[in-house]
Design a protein around this ligand. Structure first.
Ligand SMILES: Cc1cc2nc3c(=O)[nH]c(=O)nc-3n(C[C@H](O)[C@H](O)[C@H](O)COP(=O)(O)O)c2cc1C
Length: 205
């Protein structure tokens, strides 16, 4: 598939058939993720691929529990909103594979030369580690389309980030950042219609 066609065809897919994804395809998607640009080419990431249904169900239960425990607002819709957010944060349990991106610490060139901490430099540069991670996830989403799969980026599970990190033995300074859920779409998905961003681009000549 042409890259432009893959970009145009991509849309978030959350409901999958039971078809398993061969490990070789998962490996290929993660290989492509690793080709993304990253701060200082530090590649501040690694992926965990989870295909174990029991583990995914346990993880989803923990996420649902954490959302349930969030103090509810007085809005009459609060219960329904929480239910909706819970679904959008736990649908990963029924996916053939969940990729978890874990960020790893990186060093900036500047921190060896100035009396400013890594954290402050990271903040000033608008978290290039997280920006790098986003680029790598986007590679997976596009690779998934190209390889005939559907996928969805998912941050809702981070409501239970600390609990999930414990379950998966992820220890600081590593940090769980996001999930990418992948599978064969159960039905056809049309991409959402979005405004042409070029129409609102500010042009300075
Ligand atoms: C950083 C990020 C976090 C997201 N988190 C979730 C999530 O927790 N649950 C979910 O169902 N979708 C999540 N999405 C998918 C968005 O809802 C989706 O991209 C958006 O609605 C646009 O739809 P499209 O991807 O089909 O174009 C996330 C997307 C991004 C980029």
């Amino acid at each position: 598939m042409e890259l432009k066609a893959a970009i145009e065809a991509r849309t978030s897919v959350r409901i999958f058939s039971d078809e398993k994804i061969p490990l070789s395809d998962i490996r290929e998607m993660v290989r492509l993720a690793g080709l993304a640009p990253s701060v200082n080419n530090f590649q501040p990431w690694r992926y965990i691929a989870i295909m174990n249904n029991d583990l995914l169900n346990n993880m989803a239960d923990v996420v649902a529990q954490k959302i349930e425990e969030l103090p509810s607002s007085k809005s009459i819709a609060a219960g329904n909103v929480k239910k909706q957010v819970t679904w959008f944060s736990t649908f990963f349990k029924d996916a053939p594979v969940v990729l978890i991106l874990v960020t790893k610490p990186y060093e900036t060139v500047l921190e060896s030369a100035v009396e400013i901490s890594h954290d402050v430099i990271n903040e000033i540069r608008n978290h290039p580690d997280i920006q790098s991670a986003g680029a790598s996830i986007q590679n997976i989403l596009l690779a998934a389309v190209d390889m005939g799969y559907g996928a969805c980026w998912l941050s809702g599970a981070m409501f239970a980030r600390e609990e999930l990190e414990k379950m998966l033995k992820i220890k600081a300074p590593e940090r769980m950042l996001a999930f990418v859920v992948i599978g064969k779409p159960r039905s056809e998905h049309k991409p959402k219609i979005k405004p042409n961003l070029a129409d609102s681009m500010e042009i300075i000549e």
